[in-house]
Each structure stands twice: as structure tokens, then as C-alpha cells.
Ligand binder design. Structure first.
Ligand code: NAD
Length: 428
């Protein structure tokens, strides 16, 4: 009989940490989860899931017997050799990654010959080398280090964990790298076993490339608007070319979320700090910032001034199937609209609580129709499936105006126009 997979620890129980913990528990490991947020740990102990992620609550409940939650590292150290680190690495004011949480974990490591830090957090290239140097300076040479970047997408995170396109393991060729590879073996995914710096770069380069694809198609969309082409037809024609591929060729109101904006900036800063000016990424970031604001121009084209206008935002989360509001385009939009004198109403089926923490002066409604009531214009911000079900004739009766700006090219244009709306998509 095959022996049970080894127990592990996960430090940081946010989107990545909790999914990693649930995922390895699904594969049979005992998982010792640690977080500095005592409130979060208490909720997890009660079986409450602090974030919205499809399938996660069920998975945590199913594996409750294998998942242990604590604010203390001691039990984790006692039971597990591999400590997966999934703490946040948010951007600093300069755009560099803030590694203070990572360093707090490094400092809390005891002297030990049989523990390894396995870095899931996204960190600049060179972080592994500097952590190993710190280990050495503090007499913790016995601790091993593995870079194992995470590629999951919020909204399908657990599925992505269980069915990864690849697993990247960067290490010095010691026991810890072997142990990480062994843990992932049941998933039958291609494994890229490499050095630590290359593993760190794979993550940053992959996200920067995807962000580049989005900014590229957004610029094509903007040119389509000037020339009469339909960007959806263009993206379809491009995407069928296997050298290009159809993923991430969806024009919209710019990328947001907790990863792309910060990881693109972090790579640009990393390059700059190393003496290389990464020109392409400068453009990717700028295009994205401008894209978020183009919607305002579309409103002004039809409404003239926005002073005193009522504008409804349909969806607030940075994408569907998540409650994550970090760097969501809706934050920029709401602020711009208010600065131009408009009143903003909003509805999001899941992200309202997170949105309330980050937005000021926005009137939140309990339903899409509630937000649309009396609005001069509506902006479809997040492609929540329920917005595809809207009865646009009813919406038309509720609204004061007749303008829909579809920031995701998500609504049925013919149905919207058929109900008497002016429809403004992106790039068509
Ligand atoms: N969210 C994603 O889609 C995603 C995908 C791939 C990679 N990543 C990367 O994974 C990392 C984590 O991202 P996230 O979205 O899960 O962040 P998050 O903010 O949701 O979670 C981070 C957690 O770490 C905890 N924490 C902070 N300092 C700690 C410490 N010293 N000890 C223990 N716990 C601590 C926080 O309380 C929080 O619960 C980041 O580097 C991110 O770039 C995120």
C-alpha cells in the first residue's frame, strides 16, 4: 500500500495559501496552516471561509480532519518539514515588491537541519539567494529553500491547483526540491525543475506576458474603434493561429487584480534596479491605465458633461467569480466619475463587502435593477453571469437614460440595442 503523502505547513492563509492547503489536503496530506491574522484563523477553525472562491468551502469542509489552523508556527514546525510560504507581497510606493511579510517568516524560522521554506509567494528574482544568505548569516544553514511559484487564477483557483499546466520547482538539487516534486506527482503535470532564480523569473515573466497580451488587444481595440473594424472578429481571427492562441485576447477596461498590476511593476522595477530599462512593460502599464479611463470618454461622447449625472456600475470585482477588489478597474472608474461630478450607484453579487472598504461615496444596491434605477448611463464592469440574464427592456424602463457602456463586450449587443439602448462596447 502506498504511504500517505507527507504532512506540510502553509504560512499565510489568503487566496493562495488556503487553496494550496485545501489542494494538498485533497491529495491526502495533513496540512498545518499558520496566519498572523488571529481573526481569520478563528473563522477558519469554525469552518468559515474568509474569501469567495468556487469549490473552496466544500473542499475545506471535506478535508476538515486534515486541516489544522493556528497563529503559531510551533505545531507546523513540529509536524511538517516543508513550509509553503504564501504571504502577501504587495507593491510598495515605488512599484517594487514589499517583502516584509516574507522576511518576517524567514526570521521566525528556527535553526534546523530538516526544514525547508517553499516559496509560493511571488517574489523578485534574487529573493531566494538573499534568503539563503540570511539563513547562512544567522547560523541557519541547515534550512533548505525551494522556489515553487503559484500560477492559479482567482475564480478557478482550486481547479487550477489540481490541474496545473505545469509545476515549477527551483532549488539547489537537495532533499527539499525532491520532496516538493514528490508532493505534486499525483497531479501528473509537467514539472519544470530548475535553479531558484529561473523559477522566480518564470512567474514574473509569465504574468508580464499575459498582461502584455491584454494591453496589446486593448490597443488593437482602440484602433478598431477608429477604423471601423470589430475587435471581437479580429481577436477570433488572431487567436486561431496556434502561435498566438485565443487566451487573454479579450479587450476590456484594463487588467486589475492582486497580481498583474503589481507583478508587471515589480518586474519593471527589478529590471531597472539591475540597470535594464524594460521599455515594453512601461508601455503595457501605461496602456492599462489609459484603458481604465477611456470609458469616461465614451460617456462624455453621449452625455456631454457628467456633472449631476447618475451612472450605474454593474459589477465591481476585478473579474467574475471572485470577491477580490485589489486594483479593480471599478475603483478608478468610480473615483473618476465622482471627480467629474457624477453620482455613482453600484451592484456586485459577491464583492460588495470588499468594495465598501475601498470606495467612498458610492451608493450600493442589492440588485442590478436597484443600481440601474434612475441612472442616466450604465457601465458593465465585471462579467458576472447574472448580467447576461438581464431583461434589457425592463432595464430601459427603470433607467432615466439609454446608454450602456459594455466594458467587457459581455452583453448581447443586439438585445441591448433592440431594447432601445445606445450600446458602446470596447473596440467595436
Ligand atoms: N491571488 C492570486 O491570484 C495569486 C496567484 C498566484 C500568486 N500569488 C502570490 O501569492 C502571494 C499571496 O497572495 P494572496 O492573494 O494569497 O494574498 P492574501 O493577501 O490573500 O493572503 C496573504 C495572507 O498572508 C498572511 N500573512 C501576512 N504576513 C504573515 C506572516 N508573517 N505569517 C503568516 N501569515 C502572514 C495574511 O494575514 C494573509 O492572510 C502573493 O505573493 C501573490 O503575488 C497570488
Amino acid at each position: 500500500m502506498a504511504s500517505a503523502p507527507q504532512p506540510i505547513a502553509v504560512i499565510g492563509t489568503g487566496y493562495v495559501g488556503l487553496v494550496t492547503a485545501a489542494g494538498f489536503a485533497e491529495l491526502g496530506s495533513e496540512v498545518w496552516c499558520v496566519d498572523v491574522d488571529a481573526d481569520k484563523i478563528e473563522r477558519l477553525k469554525r469552518g468559515e471561509i474568509p474569501i469567495y472562491e468556487p469549490g473552496l468551502a466544500e473542499s475545506v469542509a471535506r478535508n476538515a480532519g486534515r486541516l489544522h489552523f493556528s497563529t503559531e508556527l510551533s505545531s507546523a514546525l513540529e509536524h511538517a518539514r516543508l513550509l509553503f510560504v504564501a504571504v502577501g507581497t504587495p507593491p510598495t510606493y515605488s512599484g517594487d515588491a514589499d517583502l516584509s511579510a516574507v522576511h518576517a517568516v524567514v526570521e521566525s524560522m528556527p535553526r534546523s537541519d530538516h526544514h525547508a521554506l517553499v516559496m509560493k509567494s511571488t517574489v523578485p528574482v534574487g529573493t531566494g539567494a538573499s534568503i539563503k544568505r540570511i539563513f547562512s548569516e544567522h547560523g541557519k544553514d541547515g534550512s533548505a529553500y525551494v522556489s515553487c511559484p503559484e500560477f492559479l487564477k482567482e475564480g478557478s483557483a482550486l481547479q487550477d491547483f489540481l490541474e496545473p499546466d505545469r509545476v515549477v520547482v527551483g532549488d539547489d538539487g537537495n532533499w527539499a526540491g525532491d520532496a516538493v516534486v514528490e508532493l505534486y506527482e499525483p497531479l501528473n503535470a509537467p514539472v519544470v525543475r530548475t535553479d531558484i532564480a529561473s523559477a522566480e523569473m518564470v512567474k514574473l515573466a509569465a504574468n508580464a506576458f499575459l498582461a502584455t497580451k491584454i494591453s496589446f488587444i486593448n490597443e488593437i481595440a482602440n484602433v478598431c474603434e477608429e477604423t471601423g473594424a470589430d475587435v471581437l472578429e479580429v481577436a477570433r481571427g488572431m487567436g486561431l493561429d496556434q502561435r498566438i492562441g485565443g487566451h487573454f485576447l479579450k479587450p476590456g477596461i484594463g487588467f486589475g487584480g492582486s497580481c498583474f498590476p503589481k507583478d508587471v511593476s515589480a518586474l519593471k522595477q527589478l529590471a531597472g534596479n539591475s540597470g535594464y530599462h524594460f521599455q515594453l512593460l512601461t508601455a503595457v502599464i501605461e496602456v492599462n491605465e489609459l484603458q481604465k479611463r477611456r470609458v469616461i470618454g465614451k460617456l462624455q461622447k453621449h452625455l456631454g458633461t457628467l456633472v449631476g449625472r447618475r451612472v450605474a456600475l454593474l459589477g465591481l470585482a476585478f473579474k467574475a467569480n471572485t470577491d477580490d477588489m485589489r486594483e479593480a478597474s471599478s475603483l478608478v472608474l468610480a473615483a473618476r466619475l465622482q471627480a467629474d461630478g457624477a453620482t455613482v450607484t453600484a451592484y456586485d453579487p459577491i464583492a460588495e463587502d470588499e468594495a465598501r472598504k475601498r470606495m467612498r461615496g458610492v451608493q450600493f444596491a442589492d440588485s442590478a435593477l436597484g443600481a440601474l434605477e434612475g441612472a442616466d448611463a450604465a457601465i458593465l464592469v465585471t462579467e458576472w453571469p447574472e448580467f447576461a440574464e438581464l431583461d434589457w427592456s425592463e432595464v430601459k424602463q427603470r433607467m432615466a437614460g439609454d446608454l450602456l457602456v459594455d466594458g467587457r463586450n459581455f452583453a448581447d449587443r443586439e438585445a441591448v440595442q433592440g431594447a432601445g439602448f445606445i450600446y458602446e462596447g470596447i473596440g467595436r
